[in-house]
Write a protein that binds this ligand. Sequence first.
Ligand SMILES: C[S@@+](CC[C@H](N)C(=O)[O-])C[C@H]1O[C@@H](n2cnc3c(N)ncnc32)[C@H](O)[C@@H]1O
Length: 275
Amino acid sequence: MDTEREVDQATRRAFFDQVRRHTGIAMSERKWTLLEGRLRRRLRELALTGYRDYLHVLEAKPDEVRDFIDLVTTNETSFFRTPRIWEYFAGQFLPRWFDAHADTPLRVWSAAASSGEEAYTVAMLCEEFRSRHPAFRYRILATDIGDAILRKAAAAHYQGRSIDGLQQSHPELLAKYFVAADGGFSAGPALRANVSFRRYNLHEPPRDIGAMDVTLLRNVLIYFDTDGQQAVLENVRRAMAPEGVLIVGESESLSRFEMGFAFEQPLIYRNGRRP
Ligand SMILES: C[S@@+](CC[C@H](N)C(=O)[O-])C[C@H]1O[C@@H](n2cnc3c(N)ncnc32)[C@H](O)[C@@H]1O
């Protein structure tokens, strides 16, 4: 099996090209060891003897592309990731927004949702806000490019590190909004009722996604090169409400892009009105 032998540079490049073509993720040679480990598992599952064979499968079987995307994406996430964002959202954004828009449902977009912890974090905070302001309404759209991870998000069943983190940071919310099931915890009906899921590649123009008041685009821009980031930000902006808020991840910044997002606080930007 030539999977044990060194993979030549042309083959490595062909894989990086496939990753970029299907996800927009820019991988360099540094990432080969990571990618190789993930590919090796898939080759075993398909009983293939070489990496080149898998490239042929990718070209010949369009269905394989979805599995390929699942294996090349990194889905690291957690409930209440980056606490200061959630302090801003619950403590500043929601009260201000509700004062100005009491009659309209808030639309929140978790734009690289992974397994759903981000979307359900929003749902918990919105439910808490609604318990104090019964007229408040909201809808959350969670999108991701990965089929398998979106199925996990929609199943909303969590265990291990994910649930341990929530237990430590917000035990009262875990007790209130989750139910123990199958050795873990499932999001209860109050959280599920307002969250919907859809497959969406950030590199495609957004269709039927629009006028989002809050967009969480966190820990995904880092995977794209500068041109890719610019293209994704343009797509995302098209789906945002005028003056909607864009929140990025801890190691992401929009400072080098001139495209109508105004800095509000670190990691938080506001969509400027279109000219
Ligand atoms: C590291 S996770 C971030 C999850 C969450 N936003 C957070 O900050 O915890 C990155 C997610 O981006 C998704 N992703 C990667 N490329 C994408 C693309 N082109 N379009 C949509 N989602 C993408 C991956 O599938 C993965 O679930």
